[in-house]
Write a protein that binds this ligand. Sequence first.
Ligand SMILES: Nc1ncnc2c1ncn2[C@@H]1O[C@H](COP(=O)(O)OP(=O)(O)O)[C@@H](O)[C@H]1O
Ligand SMILES: [Mg+2]
Length: 240
Amino acid sequence: MTDPTHPRAQAHGAPATDAPAAAAAPQACDTPAAARQARRPALVVGLTGGIGSGKTTVADRFGALGVTLVDTDLIAHGLTGPDGAAMPAIREAFGGSVIAADGRLDRAAMRELAFGDPQARKRLERILHPMIRDESDRQLAHAASAYAILVVPLLVEGGKPRERVQRVLVIDCRPETQIERVMRRNALPREQVLAILGAQASREQRLAAADDLIDNDGSPDTLDERVGALHQRYLALAAG
Ligand SMILES: Nc1ncnc2c1ncn2[C@@H]1O[C@H](COP(=O)(O)OP(=O)(O)O)[C@@H](O)[C@H]1O
Ligand SMILES: [Mg+2]
C-alpha cells in the first residue's frame, strides 16, 4: 500500500512533489464495490518499486502512450489534503496536533507520532487503506485503455499483491541510486533516506514478486524502448 508518511510533501525548499499538483480529490462513490470491481479493465498491472526507483517517471511514459494510470500515492494525498475525505476520521483518531493550519495532514507530525506509537501508523492505515482502495476501484472502472496501470509504492509490503492486480511490474535500481535521487528530489539528509529505505521491502523481496522488471539505473532515454515493448505485451495480454 501507499505510505501515508511519504516525505514527498514536506521537503525543505525543494519542489514539494514530483507529481502533478492537482491530485484529484476523491469523489463520493455511488456504485457498490462489487459492481465497480466487475468494471475493471481486462488487465490491471501493478507498478511498484522502492522510493526514488523511478515509479512516477516510468508511469508517466505509459501515460504518454494513452494508458490509464491510477496512482495510489496521489489518491492518498487527495484524501489527506485540506478538504480530504479522510481528514474528519483522522482528526477524530489523532486530534488536531497532526493537522496543519490549512487542514491537511501534517505528515511530519504524523510521522513523529507513529515513531513513538507503532499502533498509530496502523490506525492511520485502517482509515486510509479502504478509502484508497475504493477510490482506486472507482478510477479503474473509468479506465479508457485496454489495460490500466495501478501505481502502488508499497505493493509488495502489503502482501498478496495479486489480489489487487494481475501482474506486478517492478521498477528496479541499485539502492545507492535511489538514495542519491531521493536526497536530491526531496532535499533530505542521507540518514533520513536510509531510514525510509530500511522500512521498505528489500530489493530482493521486490524482485521475487516481479512478473516484469524495468531496470532504471541508466539514463531515462533508455526507458522508452523497454516501456514500448511492455506496452505491446500488455495490450496482447489484455486482448486475451
Ligand atoms: N533514469 C533516471 N536517471 C536520472 N534521474 C532519474 C531517472 N529516473 C528518475 N529520475 C529522477 O529521480 C527522482 C526519483 O524518480 P521518481 O520517478 O520520482 O521515483 P519514485 O516515483 O519511484 O519515487 C526524480 O527526481 C526523477 O526525476
Ligand atoms: Mg513517485
